[in-house]
Design a protein around this ligand. Structure first.
Ligand SMILES: [Zn+2]
Length: 65
């Protein structure tokens, strides 16, 4: 049995990872790793959450007891 090697060749220059500025991988484009992709996703999600949650000041929340 032959072990298949990863031979992903990048034909065009890749931009550095926006998170850690390492060389980005095609597989995780535009990030260098899945970890950095998740970091970016979390940033995006937390940002979206703040914007969405900002609306609650107009809500009349009545507690039912
Ligand atoms: Zn990175």
């Amino acid at each position: 049995m032959q072990k298949k090697k990863d031979n992903i060749t990048t034909l065009k220059p890749v931009k550095p990872c926006p998170i850690c500025e390492k060389k980005s991988m095609q597989k995780f484009h535009p990030f260098c790793s899945n970890r950095c992709a998740n970091i970016d996703l979390n940033r995006w999600l937390s940002g979206a959450y703040v914007i969405a949650g900002d609306d609650k000041q107009d809500d009349n929340i009545e507690l039912e007891q």
